[in-house]
Write a protein that binds this ligand. Structure first.
Ligand code: GLC
Length: 840
């Protein structure tokens, strides 16, 4: 027990949090700040320390989530946040005090009262995260926190930061939202600041850290010192969260409990999306749509970039190019194509010209001010522009009303770009740091704040204004917003893309890493411009990009003005045919994809995941897995790690058995024979504990995809848009194996009615028996009647003939020897129902 001074009573605790006391601390490490040990005050939900004027409070929000706040002048940082939901900040778990800290049911928290070094272990004593001996440094307003980075720990998250590898270990990063046109795989910072990372592979399992500070923070994951993880900032609150796992899945779920889940996207957002800077006229949009339909290339969305506007002025329309804007939007909608339109955050600086967004904004005093008190004006697309003060709830509400016209014209979604915010003609690419924003929002005490503090949340609050505006204007519609800049928690308001990437193989690889890390950082709907924004892809690069994008959350083809076109047909019929085959497949997989979106909205599990999310042992796999990922855990996509190289490569499939997605046949030694002829397979079950290693030879028209043995994957007949009702039965592909199951999900695809129960959700399980296999549908939940009138159950890996029964009745079954399947078509069950397939 280290010199513990018990201060009793809540009044004393409260006093400590508000009263500056003690001698002026020297800057430097906490051990130096005041000799001796800190005074300690236990709390029902944690513990307080005080050392000189330094205070530290550690509280348990839940048994597995800790919040640490450190104040340097005797007061704790304000209990407010842009990222963390108020209900979570208010949550608390009762803790048991110990001699040097406290414990919860899941964690043991120990603090060295001299240095304030914090160690968090699991109940068995395995270290989850531990501070170094010199854990806290203060230097003026700046701070540094240091934790141990054990050998074997890998770091993920931090949004879509670059780095060239999925793992962030050995690198440093800065959070400062930046218009990073022309970025490459080592550019930092870029557009977003998501100060959340996950440590994977330590002895106590995976854990996450959210540093909830909006200033220009930085992270060093073993770069300066290989065994040290450091983070800090130039100013602002020292307020961070430790989220224990032990699995990565638990960390991500808990992180999204803290910062919010991405709301269920409209189903059309999962379809193919065509963009270009810019489709510049109604005629061009019509011709584009006609080509898609003529080519039988499915599409759900066409995007309108800045040129649909009058002189790039947000909330206007160029009436020469779009004389009947509403008409063309309707025509598209009738053809199953939604329009998403850009509306950048800046407002053209046009006093006395009848430009309502400016006039009403000025009238309400809704714009950001310069240090001298005038409204700040900076150049962006429309020329001189003013900037809504999004940290003010009143300004957000006003901004949201500006979308009425676009919604009345039938636009389905809004694209918020340039919201770092980007400012032209200035070396910093953004507004002056001493610009003045007003905070009047959430639980913050109302006050003015400099741009240096607000910069990193500005884009997120822009999307919040848009999202809330759309929801207010159309309360029964899901709001679809796409953003370039954001902060932790921004997934509550918008999907995101990775900004102005380039048409290179390196960027395709980077895009995969960015989308995986976005998913681990709460942003489950990630996108990267398919084909690359700048540069113009080779036919092969564009085709590969289509193939990989097929299995990513948001699939949007987009390119810059003045670059070669990248619509699917630009490289001739052969490339088009490959691209179409993949996009067709995405539309067939739509029920699977949409069920993942539903799962994501409820749990936070990403749609696109690193393989180790569902298969933790994959972290040590013996293959180069730098391009591998899963779509919802059951589909493993394994592009070549060196895509531009024709050399063969190894794919490691985690233990448990796998099927080839394209042939439907098993590739594991366990489930059967018949390896796909296209796979130079060398399936060995062994050292890796059942891991399968395959050797793949790259071929442009082939992307290796595998299905987990035990997956049940719903698919549908091909449609040209999600607006079209599929013609034929829902197909349920059953891939026998352990832990066999899958989920069906349907709703109307666009409204909020699912929140009132208008959905259909159903789990399906399978059990392999000596005689065959039984497939059991659970009771269907929800009141929505899905489109399917029949369900075709297809069991893979089936040898020989067989028969099927539904309950006690025989149903026709057809075995297909060549494809090694047996199938039966049944009426959609709504109550618990079992279909049994038996070998003859
Ligand atoms: C920015 C965006 C890009 C867009 C362009 C014009 O560069 O990142 O996607 O096309 O602005 O609006």
């Amino acid at each position: 027990m280290v010199g513990k001074t018990m201060l009793l009573g809540s009044a004393m605790i409260a006093a400590m949090a508000t009263t500056p006391v003690g001698a002026q601390p020297r800057d430097g490490s906490i051990a130096d700040v005041a000799a001796g040990a800190a005074s300690v005050t236990p709390r029902e939900d944690g513990i307080d320390y005080r050392k000189g004027r330094l205070v530290m409070r550690i509280t348990a929000l839940t048994d597995s989530v800790l919040r640490i706040r450190i104040g340097r002048d005797g007061t704790l940082p304000e209990d407010a946040s842009w990222a963390v939901l108020p209900a979570m900040r208010a949550a608390w778990a009762r803790v048991t005090p110990t001699s040097d800290g406290f414990r919860t049911d899941a964690l043991v928290v120990k603090v060295d009262a001299k240095t304030l070094a914090l160690t968090v272990t699991d109940p068995a004593g395995k270290v989850i995260t531990a501070d170094t001996a010199q854990p806290i440094d203060l230097d003026g307003t700046a701070f540094t926190l240091r934790k141990a980075l054990p050998i074997g720990e890998h770091i993920y998250g931090l949004g879509d930061k670059t780095g060239g590898t999925l793992d962030r270990r050995g690198k440093t990063f800065v959070d400062w939202n930046t218009d990073a046109y022309g970025f490459d795989s080592s550019t930092d910072p870029i557009y977003k600041s998501i100060p959340f990372f996950i440590g994977v592979g330590g002895e106590g399992g995976s854990y996450g850290v959210l540093l909830d500070n909006t200033w220009r923070t930085w992270f060093d994951f073993g770069h300066k010192a290989a065994d040290t993880l450091a983070m800090g900032g130039p100013d602002g609150p020292i307020d961070y969260y430790i989220i224990a796992g032990p699995t990565t899945r638990e960390v991500v779920r808990r992180y999204t409990d803290l910062t919010g889940k991405a709301p269920l996207a409209p189903q059309w957002a999962l379809g193919y999306q065509q963009s270009r800077w810019s489709y510049g006229s109604a005629d061009e949009v019509r011709r584009l749509a006609e080509t898609f339909r003529k080519d039988r290339f499915p599409i759900d969305v066409i995007w309108l970039d800045i040129d649909y506007q009058d002189r790039n002025r947000p909330f206007t329309i160029d009436r020469k190019a779009f004389p009947d804007f509403k008409g063309v939007v309707k025509q598209m909608r009738d053809d199953g194509i939604r329009i998403v339109a850009i509306a950048d955050l800046h407002v053209a600086d046009l006093p006395n010209q009848g430009y309502a967004p400016y006039d009403s904004g000025v009238a309400g005093n809704h714009f950001v001010h310069a240090a001298d008190g005038s409204v700040y004006v900076g150049p962006v697309w429309p020329g001189p522009s003013v900037f809504p003060d999004f940290t003010d709830a009143g300004a957000r509400a006003w901004y949201g009303t500006n979308f009425k016209g676009l919604l009345d014209d039938g636009v389905s979604g809004i694209w918020n770009d340039m919201n770092e915010p980007a400012i032209f003609d200035t070396p910093t690419k953004t507004m002056p740091l001493d610009n003045i924003h007003h905070i009047a929002s959430d639980q913050f005490a109302p006050r003015d704040a400099t741009h240096a503090e607000i910069h990193n949340v500005y884009g997120m609050e822009n999307t919040r204004a848009t999202y809330d505006g759309l929801r207010t204007l159309r309360p029964n519609e899901r709001a679809f917003v796409m953003t370039r800049a954001s902060y932790a928690g921004g997934q509550r308001y918008a999907v995101t893309w990775t900004g102005d990437n380039s048409a290179t193989w390196d960027h395709l690889k980077l895009a995969v890493h960015q989308m995986i890390n976005l998913g681990l950082s709460g942003f489950s709907y990630g996108a990267a411009d398919v084909g690359g924004f700048t540069g113009g892809p080779s036919p092969e690069l564009l085709t590969r990009w289509f193939e990989i994008a097929t299995f990513t959350p948001i699939f949007r083809d987009h390119s810059a003005k003045g670059t070669p076109r990248v619509e699917p047909w630009v490289d001739g019929p052969e490339q088009l045919a490959i691209r179409r085959r993949f996009v067709d497949e995405r539309y067939r997989l739509m029920p699977y994809l949409y069920a993942l979106a539903d799962q994501n909205a409820r749990t936070g599990d990403p749609i696109m995941r690193p393989v180790f999310y569902d298969y933790p042992q994959a972290i040590g796999a013996s293959c180069d897995q730098s391009m591998s990922f899963t779509l919802g855990g059951d589909l493993l996509i394994a592009p070549p790690p060196h895509m531009e190289s024709p050399q063969s490569y190894d794919v490691c499939l985690p233990a448990g058995g796998w099927y080839d997605y394209w042939t439907g046949k098993p590739v594991s030694g366990t489930g059967g024979n018949g390896l796909d002829a296209g796979v130079q397979a060398e399936a060995r079950t062994g050292a890796g504990g059942g891991e399968i290693k395959l050797t793949e030879t790259p071929a442009l028209d082939r992307l290796p995809v595998f299905v987990r043995a035990g997956a049940i994957v719903p698919r549908q007949p091909l449609v040209q848009s999600t607006a079209e009702t599929p013609d034929g039965p829902l197909e349920l592909d059953v891939y026998p194996g352990d832990d066999c199951g899958g989920t069906l999900y349907a709703d109307d695809g666009h409204s909020m009615a699912y929140q009132g129960g208008a959905y259909a959700r159903q789990t399906v399980r399978c059990t392999v028996t000596d005689k065959g296999i039984s497939v059991t549908f659970g009771k269907r939940q929800g009141s929505f009647a899905p489109w399917w009138q029949a369900v075709r159950v297809v069991v893979h890996g089936w040898q020989g003939k067989g028969s099927a029964t539904l309950g006690n009745n025989d149903v026709p079954a057809s075995a297909d020897a060549a494809n090694e399947t047996i199938s039966a078509t049944i009426a959609p069950p709504t109550t618990e129902t079992t279909v049994t397939f038996a070998k003859d």
